[in-house]
Design a protein around this ligand. Structure first.
Ligand code: NDP
Ligand code: GDR
Length: 349
C-alpha cells in the first residue's frame, strides 16, 4: 500500500536524491510497541513505510493492518538472512530501523539461545542485509539499532551516558551489547551510516502486558473495577527511568537525519522505583492504601537484577534537539485510563 508519487513533499530532515519518489523506510519489529508508533510517525512525515512481519499467521497482523493501512508488509525473520535481503530488495529503503527483538528480559534467562539468535545475531543479519543491498555505496541506507539501557546492567556510574561502562546482567542485555558493538563495527569498518539509540525504558498503552508498567496499570484498573483482588509482583525496589514511547520514536528518526552516524542515550533523567509506580497508579484511581493489594512473589524475581537506571541524555538534547514531552505521572495516568476503558469494554461495563 505504498503511496503515490503525487504526495506533498515530506518533512524530511536531510537531502535525498532529486527524485520524485518519497523517502522510504523499512522497520523490523513493526508489530511491537515502538514499531507501531514509529510507523505512524514516519507515515505522518510522508514516508513510504515498509515493515517486516514474521510467521505465516502472525496474531498481530490484523492490528497492524487496522492501525497502519499505509504500511507495506514483507514476511521475514531476523534469524533468516535471505528473508531480510528479500525485504531490502523489495522495499528499497533509504532508512532501516531495526526494532525487532526478543525484548522481555525475564524471558531471556529461560530462552537464552533464542534471545541470542534474535536479539544478538539478528542484528548482524540485518546489518549484512543492509551492507549487501547498499553495495559500493555504504551511505545509500541509514541504519538505526535499538540498543538498550539494559546494557548498563550492574551500573558503574550514575547517571548513565554514552561513555558509561557496559556490564549487562541478563542474556538479553548481553545480546544487546553484541548488537550495539556490531553496529559500531559496521560503521567503522564499512563507513555505514549506522546509529544506536541507547533507549531507557519507554512505555505506553501499547506496552506488552508482561512488562511492569502495563502489568501495574492493568491490575490497578481491574482492582478498581472489582475484577481482581490483588496482584503478584517481583522486586519493588528496582528503579527505572521511564518515558513515553511516542516521544522516543521521534529520537530514533532524528538520529538518522544527522550528517554523521553516532550513538545517543535517550532518557528522561528521572528515576522511580516500582513502589513509586504503584503509588502513582493506585492514587490515580483514588486508592492510597495499596500495600495489602500487592503480594511479592519469588516467581517474578530475577536471577540478577538491574537496580538503578537513570539516563543522562544531554547529547541527544543538544545535538538532536530532542526532549521528552510526557511526564511520569502523565504517562501512568494515560496507561491506567486506557486499561480502565479496555477492561470495561471487555466485561461489558
Ligand atoms: P516489543 O517486544 O513490543 O516488540 C518486539 C518486536 O520484535 C515485535 O514486533 C516482534 O514481532 C519482533 N520480533 C521478535 N522476534 C523476531 C524475529 N525473530 N524476527 C523478526 N522480528 C521479531 O518491543 P518494543 O517495541 O518495546 O521495543 C523495540 C526494540 O527496542 C526492541 O529491540 C527492544 O529490545 C528495544 N528496546 C526497548 C525499550 C523499551 O523500553 N520498550 C528500551 C530499549 C530498547 P512478533 O509480533 O512477531 O513477536
Ligand atoms: P525491563 O522492564 O526489564 O527494565 O526491560 P520490565 O518492565 O520487565 O521490568 C522493570 C523492572 O520491574 C521489576 N519488576 C517486575 N517486572 C515485571 N516484568 N513483572 C513484575 O511483576 C515485576 N515486579 C518487579 C523488574 O525486576 C525490573 O527491575 C525493558 C524492556 O523493554 C527491554 O526490552 C528494554 O531494553 C529495557 O526495558 C530498557
Amino acid at each position: 500500500m505504498a503511496g503515490g508519487t503525487e504526495s506533498p513533499k515530506p518533512d524530511h530532515g536531510r537531502q535525498l536524491p532529486q527524485e520524485t519518489r518519497m523517502p522510504s523506510a523499512l522497520i523490523t519489529g513493526i508489530t511491537g510497541q515502538d514499531g507501531l508508533y514509529l510507523a505512524e510517525l514516519l507515515g505522518q512525515k510522508g514516508y513510504d513505510v515498509h515493515g517486516i512481519i514474521r510467521g505465516q499467521n502472525n496474531p498481530k497482523l490484523e492490528l497492524v493492518q487496522r492501525l497502519l493501512p499505509h504500511v507495506t508488509l514483507h514476511t521475514g525473520d531476523l534469524t533468516d538472512l535471505s528473508s531480510l535481503m528479500r525485504a531490502m530488495r523489495d522495499a528499497q529503503p533509504d532508512e532501516v530501523y531495526n526494532l525487532g527483538a526478543v525484548s522481555f528480559v525475564a524471558y531471556s534467562w529461560e530462552n537464552a539461545q533464542v534471545t541470542s539468535d534474535v536479539t544478538g545475531l539478528g542484528v548482524l543479519n540485518m546489518l549484512e542485509a543492509v551492507r549487501l543491498y547498499a553495495g559500493d555505496d555504504p551511505g545509500k541506507v541509514r541504519y538505526y539499532q535499538a540498543s538498550s539501557s539494559e546494557m548498563f546492567g550492574k551500573v558503574q556510574a550514575v547517571p548513565q551516558d554514552e561513555n558509561t561502562l557496559l556490564w549487562p546482567r541478563s542474556p538479553y542485555g548481553v545480546a544487546k551489547v553484541y548488537g550495539h558493538y556490531m553496529t559500531i563495527n559496521y560503521r567503522e569498518s564499512y563507513g555505514m551510516h549506522a546509529s544506536s539509540g541507547i533507549l531507557f525504558n519507554h512505555e505506553s498503552p501499547r506496552r506488552g502486558p508482561e512488562f511492569v508498567t502495563r502489568k501495574v496499570s492493568r491490575a490497578v484498573a481491574r482492582i478498581k473495577l472489582g475484577l481482581q483482588e490483588s496482584v503478584s509482583m517481583g522486586n519493588l525496589d528496582a528503579k527505572r527511568d521511564w518515558g513515553f514511547a511516542g516521544d522516543y520514536v521521534e529520537a530514533m528518526w532524528l538520529m538518522l537525519q544527522q550528517d554523521e552516524a553516532d550513538d545517543y542515550v535517550v532518557s528522561t533523567g528521572e528515576t522511580h522505583s516500582i513502589r513509586e509506580l504503584l503509588d502513582v497508579a493506585f492514587a490515580h484511581v483514588g486508592i492510597d492504601d495499596w500495600e495489602h493489594l500487592v503480594h511479592q512473589d519469588p516467581r517474578f524475581m530475577r536471577p540478577a537484577e538491574v537496580d538503578l537506571l537513570i539516563g543522562d541524555s544531554s547529547k541527544a538534547r543538544e545535538q538532536l534537539g530532542w526532549e521528552p514531552k510526557v511526564s511520569f505521572p502523565e504517562l501512568v495516568a494515560m496507561m491506567v485510563d486506557n486499561d480502565l476503558t479496555e477492561q470495561k469494554l471487555l466485561v461489558g461495563l
